[in-house]
Write a protein that binds this ligand. Structure first.
Ligand SMILES: CC(C)(COP(=O)(O)OP(=O)(O)OC[C@H]1O[C@@H](n2cnc3c(N)ncnc32)[C@H](O)[C@@H]1OP(=O)(O)O)[C@@H](O)C(=O)NCCC(=O)NCCS
Length: 179
């Protein structure tokens, strides 16, 4: 039901229905809900990705005489081209950190970095990099608040718990934060 092209996975990755992954790398313990499409993106560990999310949208130039690819690209997106080479970088890699929660119906454009522990609220359109442990939302996505105070954010960022083995995480991490 899902389509995967030129991508690599870690352990315990879960893809729900109609997910498309293109030229991406997904690390351990990541789940991706229905109808989500991810292109040219590197995703860290323990990320929760909601339904109807789009990550890695290609760019067209907005300051050239046309936005139609045949005049700046030889990739034949539209069957023909009227130029001798690629004149424009159409996509860059997105980097999604670890423990990132991406809500339903979020769009993340191209060349964007999402810090560890960030939360992207449902329906956001992300056009700029997102700080670690921040919550962003809206169109375009803006900072709403941080998940924790600065000391706690630094403690978690330095600890990099997601890189430890699962037994260590299960026996140490639940004591560090209250639900
Ligand atoms: C962002 C979110 C996680 C809420 O986090 P929270 O810490 O409980 O934050 P709050 O509900 O206290 O909201 C904080 C502020 O963000 C605003 N906000 C909440 N969700 C928002 C959204 N989707 N877009 C824009 N702003 C949003 C609230 O209105 C509030 O604004 P205010 O401070 O001006 O009153 C939640 O609203 C959300 O989007 N969850 C995603 C749900 C989802 O997609 N689930 C699918 C399963 S993966």
């Amino acid at each position: 039901m899902s389509k995967v092209i030129d991508s690599t996975f870690g352990q315990f990755n879960t893809l729900y229905e109609n997910v498309t992954i293109i030229k991406s790398t997904i690390d351990d313990y990541v789940y991706i809900a229905n109808n989500t499409k991810i292109s040219r993106t590197k995703i860290g560990k323990f990320c929760s990705i909601g339904a109807d999310v789009k990550i890695g949208l290609a760019l067209h130039p907005t300051n050239y005489f046309t936005t139609f690819p045949a005049f700046y690209s030889i990739q034949k997106q539209c069957q023909v081209f009227f130029t001798d080479k690629n004149h424009f970088k159409e996509s860059g890699e997105n980097i999604i950190g670890n423990d990132v929660w991406i809500g339903e119906n979020v769009t993340i454009l191209s060349d964007i970095s999402v810090g560890d522990g960030a939360v992207i609220a449902a329906g956001a359109v992300v056009t700029k990099d997102i700080e670690a442990y921040s919550i962003v939302g809206g169109v375009p996505a803006k900072h709403i608040k941080y998940r924790f105070d600065k000391n706690k954010r630094n403690e978690l960022s330095d600890l990099k718990w997601w890189d430890k083995d699962i037994e260590w995480i299960v026996s140490n991490m639940p004591n560090k934060a209250q639900l």
